[in-house]
Design a protein around this ligand. Sequence first.
Ligand code: SF4
Length: 365
Amino acid sequence: MNNEIIFGEKLLNWYDISKPRELPWKLNKNPYQIWLSEIILQQTRVEQGTPYYLKFISRFPTLNELANADDDEVMKLWQGLGYYARARNMLTTARQLRDEYDGIFPANFADIRKLKGIGDYTASAIASFAFDLPYAVLDGNVFRVLSRFYGIETPVDSTEGKKMFQKLATEHLIPERSSDYNQAIMDLGATLCKPQQPRCIDCPLAENCKALQNDSIDRLPLKSKKLIKKSRYFYYFVWKSPEAQTLLKKRVEKDIWKSLYDFPLFEANKLLDKDELSKLWESDTWKNISEQTSLDEFSINFSTTYVQLLTHQKIFAIFVEISGKIPAILNVDKSYNLVELSDLNKFALPKTIQNYLEKDLFPLG
Ligand code: SF4
């Protein structure tokens, strides 16, 4: 028997007996629910994504209900999940499906792949899970299982590696059971062939696994690129007016956290010392105000530094709390929303700001 047959048979046998992860979106073959779960689970662990999936399905049980949703409500429900482009693309796709497909999910790979926010992996997952079409998924779990089972030293993120793994994944797929096969290999990667301390002793593939034989498990899969994180330094101005109001701005630029809300922001290129901080007030961002109002008129308090790691960026956020009347010039600036401090939690906010609200601005107890 060749390796592909051994691999597929052992994998499915293990899956049929152990059913390692009973996930709520696998209870039926509803393409809307499967699509929603796949978008939520991009870059997100199942344990973290499941409560979000349940919240979305309960609030928007059908595709058309999601398509008709208010953008801000969707962003608020998504808050804390990160990678917010997914939520924006999800809304775009829901509306496209409502307007161009009568609210019915297309049942072929090519049309699914054309939808916004859907790459090869997600299209294969929807095609196989919802429609039993023979498309093999290739995600981090699949890369790990295949590279270890075959002892492959080609980096998974190289052009050659991507082609090689796609070919392998496709050859191993059992077309008449594509949905189970895809679920099985991902479940094996998530529960046994984990990045650290895999449970080889329980693995149905152990007997033929090259990485186990060659003691190369810890090195595989190989990656060629090291992710470089750029550091950014955000100084947020949190106004606390005598009327208990503050200013919020919707992020509309092509940047992180688009469509979420944050405070008026000054971005520096490094962490600032005390002297530099006082000069913030005279920076271009605040010139209009500082020409009319001296910083001495306010009581100022600096928060500790909050750090948030994103895939490509490390965000350092310092909250500059300014107690005093909000300068009129900011009140008339249409890009700012005058918001009651007690209403801040009604807005979709980046995690850093949410953490600051909980720890510093409105600490519990
Ligand atoms: S034997 Fe270990 S390394 Fe090999 S596929 Fe199974 S869990 Fe992964």
